[in-house]
Design a protein around this ligand. Structure first.
Ligand code: 5AD
Ligand code: SF4
Length: 441
């Protein structure tokens, strides 16, 4: 009898990468992927707790699994990831349908934990944080995407931004060695992956734990040399730690994409201080200048939080005006969400939800205008994209991304394209988030 698994993944790219490792371990134990979680013998819910909205969605799903398991009592329900780490036993008490709880330090030992469970069917909780755990990776990953591969380069975060729960659930920074990373990059490229994304909560801190200066810039140069690689991305950068050497490494490289995701979170120096971000508005703007000096066509994106405790209209306008001044290609905007256990949760002057929503809307309207104007500059230009496959809504239309991650759609007419193929597209129309054009074949 075939055995099946299904992974319900939530949250950031690091979680997606962890999920790929869970999938590989399940396949090593003989499980096959099933698209329908109701039919699965093992369900892994890989959770996120960065905002309350994510938690609510996940708790709803865990509740739903109770009914699913009632129809299939042998089903094994495993809750993994950041919320499992944060809430531990509390989750099992509330949701007795859970069989395994796996915190963020146990991604690599999932196979053994599951084998132990299969042996005696005793509920297992592994949420003790192992801050000194080995960060090297020797396993396999089953990747969802056929041409783009996530490669974690470090785990954890030491920053303790006052709003953020991540350092509490992902532990201290631990870097993988250059050799271990390059070995995995080479394996991915040999397996047909043309694009790789180096992942870490703060990639600019890479290697600080082994006392190496400019280790991230050096790593980028090494990855750039890997034979056969076409596009290299990395995320996430911290403006305080992003060095001139990293920017130069991007500028001088052959394959590192010229998009810079540099979250500034707030444009108000006063709020940045309250957030413990370690830079001012002026320093951030200097960094943007430096990026544009070395990489004139840099595509800039950012994360922003609105409604941090104590944020006045004036503070918000600092954020608004910074967005206007820089002209980001895209921003990811978040309403501040109180995370219990973080310093900001205890701050007075929490901002009413209606005010936060109104600020978010103003910011999004501004950005829509900016993104559209920047995209309109592409009309009439030819861009190279890597084909990702048919679009979700219409299989006669394909989509792909440019080097700087812009989404492009084109009709396939009588032509055939392969996933991962480089295609030249002449752009005809621009929308806020998409470019549309014709393939030059
Ligand atoms: N509330 C809202 N947004 C948050 N982020 C992190 N913590 C919170 C929070 N408590 C945002 C930051 C970060 C992104 C991944 O999530 O902008 O860059
Ligand atoms: Fe959270 Fe700040 Fe670390 Fe990012 S850098 S994960 S926002 S603490």
């Amino acid at each position: 009898m075939q055995k099946f698994y299904h992974i319900l993944n939530y949250g950031c790219q690091m979680n997606e990468s962890d999920a790929e490792h869970y999938a590989a371990q399940l396949e090593e134990l003989g499980y096959h992927k099933n698209e329908d979680f109701r039919q699965a013998d093992v369900i892994v819910v890989n959770t996120c707790c960065v905002r309350e909205s994510a938690e609510k969605k996940i708790l709803g799903k865990i509740g739903e699994l109770k009914n699913v398991k009632a129809q299939k009592p042998e089903q094994i329900i495993c809750i993994a990831g950041c919320m499992a780490q944060k809430d531990g036993e509390k989750l099992i008490k509330k949701h007795p349908q859970i069989d395994l709880l796996i915190g963020t330090s146990y991604v690599n030992s999932f196979k053994e934990i599951l084998e132990d469970y299969l042996h005696d069917k005793h509920v297992r909780v592994h949420t003790e944080m192992l801050n000194n755990q080995d960060s090297e990776f020797e396993g396999e990953r089953v990747r969802e995407n056929g041409f783009s591969a996530w490669i974690p380069i470090m785990y954890g975060c030491n920053n303790f931004c006052t709003y953020c729960i991540v350092p509490y659930v992902r532990g201290r920074e631990r870097s993988r060695s250059v050799e271990n990373i390059i070995e995995e990059v080479k394996r991915a490229v040999a397996g047909g992956y043309k694009e790789i994304t180096l992942l870490g909560q703060n990639v600019n801190s890479y290697g600080k734990d082994f006392g190496e200066k400019e280790a991230f810039a050096k790593l980028l140069k090494e990855v750039d040399k890997v034979e056969g690689i076409e596009r290299i991305h990395y995320m996430t950068s911290h403006p305080r730690d992003m060095s001139e050497d990293v920017i130069k490494a991007v500028a001088e490289s052959k394959h590192i994409c010229e998009n810079f995701h540099v979250p500034f979170q707030s444009g108000s120096t006063r709020i940045l201080k309250e957030m413990n971000r370690g830079y001012t508005r002026e320093k951030y703007l200097e960094l943007i200048k430096l990026i544009r000096k070395y990489v004139p066509n840099a595509v800039l994106t950012s994360d922003i939080i609105v409604g941090f405790p104590g944020e006045t209209e004036e503070d918000f306008l600092d954020t608004y005006n910074l967005v206007k001044e820089v002209g980001f290609d895209m921003i990811f905007t978040f309403i501040y969400s109180k995370r219990s256990g973080t310093p900001a949760a205890k701050m007075e002057e929490q901002i009413p939800l209606a005010v936060k929503k109104e600020r978010l809307n103003r910011l999004m309207e501004l950005q829509n205008d900016i993104s559209l104007k920047l995209n309109q500059k592409f009309v009439g230009e030819v861009v190279e994209v890597i084909a990702e496959g048919p679009s979700r809504k219409n299989d006669k239309v394909w989509n792909g991304r440019t080097e700087t991650n812009k989404l492009v759609l084109w009709p396939i007419e009588d032509n055939k394209f392969e996933v991962g193929q480089a295609v030249n597209i002449k752009i005809e129309t621009a929308q806020t988030w998409i470019l549309k054009g014709k393939a030059l074949v």
